[in-house]
Write a new protein. Structure first.
Length: 285
């Protein structure tokens, strides 16, 4: 849900003033309008719009300079609003869901508009595709040739195979929401361990994001600290997950920055995670 004017004002009142360690880049948030078409398997129906202008206002209130729109799984490959928003606001980049038959010329135009990658989201998708099929090998080759990345959120049991397929394709991989580890096993689940190994191999990044979706603040902290121990600041980025789908009214933007400071106590490391690393990954071209 996009924040209403009153909610946005309340969030701004809680916002930290601009400071040396204020996040420069938010790498995970969503834009949508309530009347946009939903997929047949959409898991949430947004109660309010979440517009680019609303988000830019929240960014400005918190001293955040740049943002990367994460394609919303609710709307599948309807990415028209995101693309038009990127054309209007050059501080933003974004990702899209693409059908594997999407042609190179369409993708090149998207890159010119500010698209920097594609999203794979299979957590609730019936009959996930074969990423090693000829059609997906072609799509992933085009992603690689364009210098884009793939970012994904999948159930922990699927993550090792997704990582292997992306490494075989030679694409940059960004894993959302700290890998979404199995709640019962946490940092010891096979998916989380596979993610840490992929980070060490050098073409995988992980988002410190959506801690409010984890069972407890302590669990979120444990996931983040395990990632920090392996990835340092070079393979981690931060995202708010605004407008907090299914958690509307329970999370504010300021809360996500507070969580980041809890996960990463060192200010210099936070600056790397929220500034240097995402600027190189998303805004270098």
């Amino acid at each position: 849900m996009a924040q209403s004017p009153s909610a946005a004002a309340a969030d701004s009142a809680r916002a930290p003033g601009p400071a040396q360690d204020t996040p420069l880049v938010d790498t995970h948030f969503h834009l949508y309008l309530r009347d946009m078409p939903l997929t047949g398997w959409a898991w949430h129906h947004p109660p309010e719009d979440a517009t680019a202008e609303q988000f830019l206002s929240v960014m400005d209130a918190h001293g955040v300079g740049f943002g990367v729109v994460a394609a919303a799984s609710l709307h599948g490959d309807y990415h028209d609003y995101t693309v038009r928003s990127l054309r209007r606001h050059k501080r933003l980049r974004g990702t899209v869901f693409l059908r594997p038959e999407t042609d190179l010329y369409t993708m090149e135009r998207m890159k010119a508009d500010g698209i920097v990658g594609i999203r794979l989201f299979f957590r609730r998708v019936p009959n996930p595709p074969d990423l090693r099929s000829a059609e997906y090998r072609l799509l992933l080759r085009r992603v690689r040739d364009l210098g884009w990345h793939v970012h994904t959120l999948v159930g922990s049991p699927m993550l090792p195979d997704i990582i292997a397929a992306m490494e075989e394709a030679g694409v940059k991989l960004v894993i959302d929401h700290m890998g979404h580890p199995d709640p019962a096993q946490g940092v010891n689940c096979p998916g989380f361990r596979a993610m840490l190994a992929a980070v060490e191999r050098g073409r995988t990044w992980v988002k410190l994001s959506a801690g409010f979706r984890v069972a407890s603040p302590e669990a979120a902290r444990a996931h983040a600290r395990a990632l920090l121990a392996v990835a340092g600041g070079e393979r981690l980025v931060w995202g708010s997950d605004w407008p907090f789908a299914a958690f509307e009214g329970r999370v504010t933007y300021a809360d996500t920055i507070t969580a980041l400071r809890d996960w990463v106590p060192d200010a210099a490391l936070r600056r790397q995670i929220t500034g240097d690393t995402p600027m190189r990954l998303y805004f270098a071209e």
